[in-house]
Design a protein around this ligand. Structure first.
Ligand SMILES: Nc1ncnc2c1ncn2[C@@H]1O[C@H](COP(=O)(O)OP(=O)(O)OP(=O)(O)O)[C@@H](O)[C@H]1O
Length: 345
C-alpha cells in the first residue's frame, strides 16, 4: 500500500501548538522506511496519523491514493505493533495471534477452521509453531515480540506500522529480530514504517530514513545520501559523532579558530562559519601545528581511540587505522574532509 502526505499538519489537542508541521512524505508500495529523531520529534504522532488514529488534521493523507477513511479502502489492511506488545497473559500464543480475527464482526469473521489455519501461517513465519499452546510468560522477550508481530500479521495487513517494537530487547536479540523482520517484509511484499530512536537500527533495516525534528521532516533519504550529504548539522550529529571547528572564511580559505587545525581552501562565501566533521575523517599532519596525543587505546570494535590535546581543548578522535604519530610528536589537524553548511540562516 502506498502512503502520501501533503502539507499534513496536526495540532496538540485544544492548542495551537503544532505536533506535526507541514509534513510531505511519500512511501511507495513495498517500501521499508524508518522514522527517526529525538524524543518529542513527532515520530509516534506521524505513525498514528498514518494508521488513521488521528482524525483531526490539516492537509492530505492518502492511502493507495484515496483519502484515509475512504469507503473504498479495504478495512484492516494495517497492522500495528508497539513497544509495549501487551500480549494477553491468560491466552495461549495461538489465541493471542487469532485475537484480531476472533473479534471481527460476525459477517467478516472467518469460521473456526479458517481462523486456525490463519494462525498457523504467522506462527510458522515467526518460527514458533511449537509454541502455539504456550502462555506469554513462558516466552523470552524476543519470542513475545515475534508473537506480537504475528498477531499483527494474522489479519493479513499490507501496511505494517511499528513503534519502537524492539525497544525492550537486548542488543543481540534486537539485531537478529530486525534482520528477520526485514526478510519477512520482503517475503510478504509489505509496506513497512518503523519508528525508532536508534539510527543504527534504522540504517540497518530500512530503505530510507525520514529524520524528524520539532514536528518537521528535516531530511528524507537513503543511508548513503544521509552519510555523504546531511542537510543540516542536526542530521549529521544525529547520525554519528561529530566534531565542530568554528572559524572564518577569508580569501577562499577556511581559517579555524583552533590554531592546531589547518586552514584549507573552500568555495563558500566569506564570513564566520563552522566545519562539522566525523572524528574518523580528521587526519593528523606531522610537522604542522602543536597538537599532541595525550592517550591512545583500542576499543572493543577494533577502532583506535586518541585523546588529542589542542590549544583549545582535548578532542576525542576514533579512527579505523592507527596513526604513525609517535609519543610527544607535535602535529596539526587536517579537517578539510569536513562539511560547511552554507545553506544555514
Ligand atoms: N495528545 C497529546 N497532547 C498534547 N501533546 C501531545 C499529544 N501527543 C503528542 N504530543 C506532543 O507532540 C510532540 C511529539 O510527540 P511524539 O510522541 O509524536 O514524539 P516522538 O518523536 O514519538 O517521541 P518519543 O521518541 O519520545 O516517543 C511532543 O512534544 C508531545 O509532547
Amino acid at each position: 500500500m502506498s502512503v502520501n502526505l501533503h502539507s499534513f499538519t496536526q495540532y496538540a489537542p485544544g492548542s495551537s501548538r503544532k505536533i506535526l508541521d507541514d509534513i510531505n512524505l511519500t512511501v511507495e508500495d513495498g517500501a521499508f522506511i524508518a522514522l527517526v529523531g529525538p524524543s518529542g520529534a513527532g515520530k509516534t504522532s506521524l505513525l498514528r496519523a498514518i494508521g488513521g488514529l488521528s482524525p483531526v488534521y490539516e492537509g492530505q493523507l492518502l492511502i493507495d491514493d484515496l483519502p484515509i477513511g475512504h469507503s473504498d479502502l479495504p478495512k484492516r489492511k494495517t497492522g500495528f505493533v508497539f513497544q509495549n506488545y501487551a500480549l494477553f497473559r491468560h491466552m495461549s500464543v495461538a489465541r493471542n495471534i487469532s485475537f484480531g480475527l476472533d473479534v471481527l464482526p460476525r459477517k467478516q469473521r472467518p469460521d473456526r477452521a479458517a481462523i486456525a489455519a490463519r494462525v498457523q501461517d504467522p506462527l510458522e513465519l515467526i518460527q514458533l509453531p511449537h509454541l502455539a499452546d504456550a502462555r506469554p510468560d513462558q516466552l523470552s522477550g524476543g519470542q513475545r515480540q515475534r508473537v506480537a508481530l504475528a498477531r499483527a500479521l494474522a489479519t493479513e495487513p499490507k501496511l505494517l506500522l511499528l513503534d519502537e517494537p524492539f525497544g525492550a530487547l537486548d542488543p543481540i536479540v534486537r539485531r537478529t529480530i530486525r534482520r528477520w523482520l526485514r526478510e519477512l517484509h520482503d517475503k510478504l511484499g509489505l509496506t513497512t514504517i518503523l519508528v525508532t530512536h536508534d539510527h543504527e537500527e534504522a540504517l540497518d533495516i530500512a530503505d530510507r530514513l525520514v529524520v524528524m525534528q520539532d514536528g518537521r521532516i528535516v531530511q528524507d533519504a537513503d543511508a548513503g545520501t544521509l552519510n555523504t550529504s546531511p542537510q543540516t548539522p542536526f542530521v549529521m550529529q544525529f547520525l554519528g559523532e561529530t566534531l565542530e571547528f568554528a572559524g572564518e572564511i577569508q580569501n577562499g580559505q577556511f581559517i579555524p579558530e583552533n590554531t592546531d587545525a589547518l586552514p584549507f581552501p573552500v568555495t563558500d562565501k566569506i564570513g564566520k562559519t563552522t566545519v562539522f566533521i566525523r572524528p574518523c575523517d580528521v587526519l593528523f599532519v606531522s610537522g604542522k601545528g602543536a597538537a599532541h596525543i595525550l592517550s591512545r587505546s583500542r576499543n572493543p570494535n577494533g577502532l583506535y581511540h586518541y585523546a588529542v590535546q589542542t590549544t583549545q581543548k582535548v578532542l576525542d578522535i576514533t579512527t579505523p587505522m592507527p596513526t604513525e604519530i609517535s609519543e610527544g610528536e607535535q602535529f596539526g589537524l587536517d579537517i578539510s574532509h569536513g562539511k560547511i553548511f552554507s545553506n544555514l540562516p
